[in-house]
Structures are given as structure tokens and as C-alpha cells.
Ligand binder design. Structure first.
Ligand code: ATP
Length: 221
């Protein structure tokens, strides 16, 4: 569950401008939600708040049932580990191969090679990249890198998955493949939020949508 109550966000370097203001919404556990709006509307900012990269300037935010402002700072990493993120620019580690990129979140959790191998292999197979396990990210196509980023985001079985323009640089077939994977995560019970400026995707895959404009919520439904 994700609940925003009168959330406002002003970036320190934002010259006093509110990037987001007065946001109120509730996303139920296990829901799939589109986050829509033109460039600069605030989609990445909303996702940044949800995955705890940014703290709200105003309002109250609950993520996975936890009131983030009231949490001890020491408890934040534990909550963060339950959130998977697919970044707009993938953020794959260039010096690690595909397998190691996916293994990383599990290594950080202290899992041994023996314990993580089955999960990493399953994830690479799920996104259709098992044959490319040894490949460097730079040698993969845009669609393959996007799917690798998705495998890394979900390998630790997050309760919440947020994806920022996950089809932004992909052609129609690749985009549909990525959306099918995101929808499968939803079907398996994960709460999924997908930001896009595309109007076509939500038409093709109808689901509730948060519609933003200039940092404000236009509609939710
Ligand atoms: N780190 C930052 N510092 C200052 N201002 C920022 C920062 N990040 C975003 N902004 C501002 O916040 C507003 C919302 O930006 P945001 O990136 O969230 O929009 P977006 O809808 O995700 O856009 P896009 O589709 O282009 O990624 C914009 O006015 C932007 O300039």
C-alpha cells in the first residue's frame, strides 16, 4: 500500500519552486497503476518519493504501510530493500556482466553464490536473457538492457515495483514484452506503478491511472 496525504516536494536546488504539491492518493496492495503526464509533470519525482530516494517537503507518506517520516533513519534501508526500481536510464553497472547485475541485490543482502544462483538464473530466463548471462550491458540492445534492469529490480521479490518510462526507448514489440513482464509481476501480487508519457500504452493495457500536470494530480481512476 502506498498513501500520499497532501504531499509537496521542493528540491533544494529548485529555486523555491514546488515540483509537486497537494498530492493525495491511495494505491492498494497488489494494484497496478499508470502514472501519466507530460514531460516535467512530476512523474519521476513521485516515483523518487515512493522508492525513498527523495523525502517529501510537506505532507505525510506511507509506503508499504510504513509512515516514512516517523521511521528511524536506520530502518529505511530495510524498507528500501522491499522496493524494486526500474530507472529511466537503466543504471546497469557497466563493468559487471548480465548475471552479476542481477545477482547484485542478493549479494548485498549477503546471500552466498550457492543460494542466489537459482534465483538469478530464473530471473534471466524470465526476461529471456539466460543465453546472454555473460554479456556486458553495453553489448545488449536497448530492449535487452531494459529487461535486464527489470530482472535486477525484481530478483529480491519486492512488494512494490516502480518503473520510470520502462518502454521509453523501445520499439512496439519490445515495449509490449516489457509491459507483459510488469503485468506478470502484478498478477503475482506485487504492487506495480509505471510512469509513462505515452497515451497509447494505458489504452492498450487499461488500469487505474494517476494523471499529473505541473506537479498536481489531475485525476485518479
Ligand atoms: N533534482 C532536481 N532538482 C531540481 N528540480 C528538479 C529535480 N528533479 C526534477 N526537478 C523538477 O521537478 C519537476 C518535475 O520533474 P520530473 O522529472 O519529476 O518530471 P517527469 O514527469 O518525470 O518528466 P520526464 O517525463 O521528462 O522525466 C520539473 O520542473 C523538474 O525540473
Amino acid at each position: 500500500m502506498v498513501r500520499f496525504t497532501n504531499i509537496g516536494l521542493r528540491y533544494p536546488e529548485g529555486r523555491g519552486q514546488w515540483a509537486l504539491s497537494g498530492l493525495d492518493f491511495l494505491l492498494e496492495t497488489g494494484s497496478f497503476t499508470w502514472l501519466l503526464g507530460p514531460s516535467g509533470a512530476g512523474k519521476s519525482s513521485v516515483l523518487g518519493l515512493m522508492h525513498l530516494a527523495v523525502r517529501p517537503t510537506a505532507g505525510r507518506m506511507e509506503v508499504l504501510g510504513q509512515d516514512v517520516a516517523r521511521m528511524r533513519r536506520g530502518a529505511l534501508p530495510g524498507l528500501r530493500r522491499r522496493i524494486g526500481v526500474v530507472f529511466q536510464d537503466y543504471r546497469l553497472l557497466p563493468h559487471l556482466n548480465a548475471y552479476e547485475n542481477v545477482a547484485l541485490p542478493l549479494r548485498i543482502q549477503g546471500l552466498t553464490e550457492q543460494r542466489l544462483r537459482a534465483d538469478v538464473t530464473e530471473m534471466l530466463r524470465w526476461v529471456g536473457l539466460l543465453e546472454r548471462a555473460d554479456a556486458a550491458p553495453a553489448s545488449l540492445s536497448g530492449g535487452e538492457q531494459q529487461r535486464l534492469a527489470l530482472a535486477r529490480a525484481v530478483v529480491a521479490r519486492p512488494a512494490l515495483l516502480v518503473a520510470d518510462e520502462p518502454t521509453g526507448n523501445l520499439d512496439g514489440a519490445q515495449a509490449r514484452r516489457v509491459i507483459a513482464l510488469l503485468r506478470e509481476m502484478h498478477r503475482l501480487g506485487t504492487t506495480v506503478v509505471v510512469a509513462t508519457h505515452s497515451e497509447a500504452l494505458p489504452e492498450e493495457y487499461p488500469a487505474p491511472a494517476l494523471r499529473l500536470e505541473a506537479g498536481r494530480l489531475l485525476s485518479h481512476g
